[in-house]
Design a protein around this ligand. Structure first.
Ligand code: OXD
Ligand code: MN
Length: 580
């Protein structure tokens, strides 16, 4: 394999620091994947699953203290603290390298250092970008095979010798006390040590495609977003593409593969987690999915909530931290209504009812092409044209089921003001409400004030700005139950959006937060939902809203002069709307 001298030099430098016993360049071939799997089966990193019912599927159990992204150990290391901004952890680059350098020094002794050239995005796309990652984890290499395009395809896509994000990953000793996930946007460099889990370790995903990707996108004039991409086909056969930002473990995978409860409507999956969006020469916003596979949350994935996902993980899938049945099948909460007898939990112990069988952040890793609803054009090098953007979060109160922004700037305001309840995808307390602008709080690789400004600037370059919607599937009634059934019925909400995009559904209710569908504008045919529940799901309460907006001045205030005034003005307009 030919490589560039810049890449070779960086790999040599890394080997001098980490001292592996050997270095192996990965080619991304099936033979390579099979060799890795065999080696991991031999050394116990992987356990085989039932080869009849789950062919070529494996179970990996991570270290019990390494089960989710660790935001408190994740840093943006820019020369100036203000360039990382108040919502990111910051460390000076030299200090970051000194500290992580201690953990990395000799960390690969006795281990193989794998070098993975990988491409984020379809082959042949001007929107795709290259990374070169080194790791001492065979599990990470096998996962990168599924999540990215590995090998020559990546090297060929480099625009210059130094046109790659360099990523150094080592398991270290897996101790959270010696774990750091460091991003150096000014050097196009990632250092991650001490974790073998998900977004901490599969560097193409959060570290490259979002944190460094967002910084690169700002410089180059595009958007790197924590968004699914979906094509909604209507009964006339027209497909309308939307991208939707939602925080981790808040339904992106389910929505991207939704099986419609409305006859004649169907969804095509383009991506479930990340969208890279460019404005083309005609002023059309277009999106690619930079990933090649899905790293989805297993719990609550079932034939009812996501039939496409349950089908796609029946073969060629690596499961991490799920439970194991006596017949060698994976199991997680929600997969079946009753847990099978004789389960082993995610740590391999006899399961005790009342404790999690699968870890709440247990995952499946699988190629996107296995998804029954994958769009035929999901790897189109030109991407898909985006006509609608959705900001969605998990809020049991206040936020209505769906509403539409008045215009692009107002939509950016709605995204910037998004708040959500935290989930098990991150280490820490679950269910805490926090501001999570555009679902990018953990992923924006630069000052979020500049990020809002970049969003506004992108709007002025788009000839036909997509309509922007805000959704919340998670609002609960006084009885504590969800007001909206969700899942396949979310197509009813998507249908309203598609109609709005194409100039239909004129019957809207104007409120200070945006346009809401009148309850009769949502297609509820065949849905057994009391009208009162829908009214409640769509209720906009001035007192609740004024209270919910209360901390936004302080939130925006952190960004000082970097906070774009047009967004702050939308906040005042909203308050005025409710007051008057
Ligand atoms: C993910 C996440 O893994 O957002 O996609 O945590
Ligand atoms: Mn995600």
């Amino acid at each position: 394999m030919s490589t560039t001298s810049v890449a070779e030099q960086w790999v040599d430098e890394t080997a001098r620091l980490t001292a592996p016993s050997r270095t192996e360049w990965c080619d991304g071939s099936k033979a390579e994947y099979d060799r890795l799997i065999e080696a991991m089966l031999r050394d116990g990193t992987l356990l085989p699953l039932n080869s009849r019912t789950y062919p070529n599927c494996y179970l990996h159990r991570s270290h019990p203290s390494d089960v989710a992204r660790t935001e408190q150990l994740t840093f943006i290391c820019t020369g100036r603290k203000e360039d990382a901004g108040p919502t990111n952890n910051w460390m000076a680059p030299a200090e970051a390298k000194r500290r992580a350098g201690e953990y990395l020094k000799g960390a690969m002794r006795g281990r193989t250092m794998y070098v993975i050239p990988y491409l984020m995005g379809p082959a042949g796309s001007a929107m795709s970008r290259t990374g070169i990652m080194v790791t001492d984890s065979a599990y990470v290499v096998a996962s990168m095979h599924m999540m990215t395009r590995v090998g020559q395809v990546a090297l060929q896509a480099m625009r210059r010798d130094d046109d790659f994000i360099a990523g150094l990953h080592s398991l270290g000793d897996l101790s959270p006390d010696r774990r750091l996930v460091l991003h150096f946007p000014e050097e196009k460099l990632i250092w991650s040590v001490g974790s073998g889990y998900g977004g901490n370790a599969l560097l193409g995903k959060k570290c490259h495609a979002l944190r460094l990707g967002s910084a690169q996108a700002r410089q180059e004039g595009w958007l790197a977003e924590h968004m699914l991409i979906i094509g909604v086909e209507d009964p006339e056969g027209r497909v309308t593409y939307l991208a939707a930002a939602m925080p981790s473990a808040s339904g992106k995978t389910n929505l991207s593969m939704v099986v419609s409860s409305l006859p004649g409507w169907r969804a095509w999956t383009v991506g479930d987690d990340i969208a890279w969006m460019h404005v083309d020469s005609t002023g059309q916003l277009r999106a690619i999915n930079p990933e090649r596979g899905f790293f989805g949350v297993a719990p609550n994935t079932s034939p009812k909530t996501n039939p496409n996902a349950t089908q796609m993980v029946r073969s060629n899938t690596i499961f991490t931290n799920v439970a194991l049945t006596p017949s060698g099948e994976p199991w997680w909460e929600g997969l079946t209504s009753e847990p099978p007898a004789g389960l082993l939990d995610w740590q391999g112990r006899a399961w005790t009812p009342g404790t999690p069988a699968a870890h709440p952040n247990s995952r499946f890793t699988v190629l996107a092409q296995q998804c029954p609803s994958i769009a035929p054009n999901w790897e189109d090098p030109h991407g898909v044209p985006i006509s609608g953007l959705i900001f969605g979060s998990r809020r049991s109160a206040v936020i209505p089921l769906v509403f539409e922004a008045f215009d692009w700037t107002h939509g950016v305001f709605l995204g910037s003001a998004m708040s959500t309840e935290t989930t098990a995808a991150i280490t820490g307390q679950v269910g805490v409400v926090r501001r999570d602008p555009m679902a990018m709080l953990p992923f924006c690789g630069y000052n979020m004030g500049d990020y809002f400004a970049h969003w506004l600037a992108m709007g002025s370059r788009v000839a036909r700005p997509p309509k922007i919607f805000r959704v919340n599937w998670f609002r609960r009634g006084a009885d504590g139950k969800f007001l909206w059934p969700g899942f396949g019925d979310n197509m009813r909400v998507l249908k309203w959006m598609v109609e709005r995009i194409h100039g239909g559904a004129p019957d809207v209710r104007e409120t200070p937060i945006g346009f809401l569908p009148t309850p009769s504008a949502l297609d509820t045919s065949g849905l057994d939902l009391r009208r009162g529940k829908l009214d409640e799901a769509l209720r906009v309460d001035a007192t609740e809203w004024l209270e919910a907006l209360g901390d936004l001045d302080e939130f925006y205030g952190q960004f000082g002069s970097r906070m774009p005034q047009p967004i702050a003005r939308k906040l005042s307009d909203t308050r005025r709307g409710f007051a008057g």
